[in-house]
Design a protein around this ligand. Structure first.
Ligand code: ATP
Ligand code: MG
Length: 437
């Protein structure tokens, strides 16, 4: 893509309404545009990043055997009345009436709908366990939508649901998701800490929030820094190993505000290991047994012929929130560097172009075509701004690799730079290998 063709409405100044880095950067680089309070349009640059995040989430769900489906955004109020949550959910739920006067709602989450689908489709333990997920827009009429895509009214979420015949099998599904979440965030180059959580309106007795460390986070966290040393690669995917992985996390103190108890904290965590910081919740998982299957009659025939309520869990990841959360974690000293896995482009070519000298532009186009053929997603900055302005702009756009065609480039040896490190001279083949690494 040539930058002069890209729909990228960059603004010079930081918008005053934006209070945190990610909101400022996303508005400034034209990733999003607010349409009304807490509701955004995703412009090409922002949309590209979100799609990459979505794809990683999808692959890691598929890797644990979850099956993708798609449920609608608009739901009938009837099933919510059956579960009792139509009233309980309160004002966050956007309620709608259709032309027949039927009560509908814009889904804030999907436990009821998925249970309704399950109860009419699966009757026997033989077809269990099942893990289903979808990635779909949600609407919650948050009292205070703020911080750009971090707390929206309309947001994009991956939500998964597990169905098992008994509790031990259900806990294994929970552990698989736990593993998949760590893997998902690791692929985005994020350190996500699983923290025991309250279950809130979803209900149930076992729940974890996945929190990434960032000063602007809404959750305060208290933990032992050793929690960061637990590595996924030390565990396999067998049920026993998953239990061990969960045990290593549970053995270390970790609490958010809601669950924090100072006496416990002082007792269990050595002074020098205490970590008190803020974080952003990017995922939340719940095991809630038969909380929905009971009232909604999600019954199955068990092995011994009895009808039992299926045991369920639900698992959310804030796909659109992650775009902002990654910026919060990676935007430092006014320089953004996207993790390679979610960057809007793999590399940007920045040629120095003047009115009288288009030589660098021609060279840039050749490199551009070469990289395109190798399936590298390239942005070419063919604008006629001076180099210092171009560099400033790309510090915000955050593409991690740059090929700079200016005074340093010599013949076949091109100036290549990874953001936040020194540049080096490399041939185009060497550059290609670096990008593809
Ligand atoms: P929060 O405590 O932040 O309101 P929640 O507990 O209500 O989150 P869940 O219902 O578990 O959230 O939703 C799953 C994920 O969806 C959250 O971990 C978060 O990443 C994302 N999410 C929830 N609410 C919003 C929102 N208003 N805007 C953007 N993302 C959201
Ligand atoms: Mg909420």
């Amino acid at each position: 893509m040539y930058i002069t063709k890209l729909f990228i409405p960059i603004t010079k100044d930081f918008p005053s309404e934006a209070k945190i880095k990610s909101h400022q950067l996303m508005l400034r680089t034209g990733m999003i545009k607010q349409s009304s309070a807490g509701i955004y349009s995703w412009l090409p640059l922002g949309f590209k990043v979100m799609k990459k995040i979505e794809q990683i989430v999808r692959e890691e769900q598929d890797n644990i055997g979850a099956q993708e489906m798609l449920m609608p955004t608009i739901q009938s109020a009837d099933i919510w009345k059956e579960s009792g949550r139509y009233n309980d959910y309160g004002e966050e739920m956007l309620r709608i009436k259709d032309r027949q006067g039927r009560e509908m709602l814009y889904g804030p989450t999907n436990e009821e709908l998925i249970t309704e689908i399950f109860r009419t489709s699966i009757k026997s333990y033989k077809l269990l366990p099942q893990l289903l997920y979808h990635i779909q827009w949600k609407f919650r009429d948050e009292v205070r939508p703020r911080f750009g895509v971090m707390r929206c009214r309309e947001f994009y979420m991956k939500d998964a649901y597990s169905f098992d015949v008994d509790e031990s099998s259900a806990r294994n599904s929970y552990n698989k998701m736990f593993y998949s979440y760590l893997k998902t965030f690791e692929r985005m180059d994020l350190e996500a800490i699983p923290m025991p959580a309250d279950t809130g309106p979803i209900g149930g007795d076992l729940s974890h929030e996945f929190i990434i460390i960032a000063d602007t986070g809404e959750s305060k966290i208290y933990t032992d820094k050793n929690i960061l040393n637990i590595k996924l690669k030390d565990y396999t995917f067998s049920p026993e190993s998953l239990i061990k992985m969960r045990e290593s996390f549970s053995s270390i103190y970790a609490a958010t505000d809601e669950k924090f108890n100072n006496e416990d904290f002082q007792l269990k965590v050595k002074k020098e290991n205490q970590m008190i910081t803020k974080g952003i919740e990017v995922g939340h998982i719940f095991y809630f047994g038969d909380k929905y299957s009971k009232p909604l009659n999600g019954l199955i025939d068990s092995k011994d012929g009895k009808k039992v309520a299926v045991k369920m869990g639900s698992y959310g990841i804030g796909v659109s929130r992650l775009v902002g959360a990654i910026i919060e974690a990676k935007f430092k000293n006014n320089i953004m560097k996207w993790p390679k896995s979610v960057s809007p482009f793999d590399v940007v070519i920045i040629p120095s172009i003047t009115k009288n000298n288009k030589e660098n532009l021609e060279k840039a186009e050749k490199i551009y075509n070469f990289l395109k053929k190798q399936n590298v997603d390239v942005l070419l900055d063919d604008s006629d701004e001076n180099m210092s302005n171009k560099f400033k702009k790309h510090d915000f756009i955050g593409i991690p690799f740059q090929i700079i065609l200016g005074s340093k480039t010599q013949g076949e040896n091109l100036e290549f730079k990874e953001i936040n490190s020194n540049s080096e001279l490399l041939t185009i083949d060497a550059i290609k290998s670096k990008i593809k690494e």
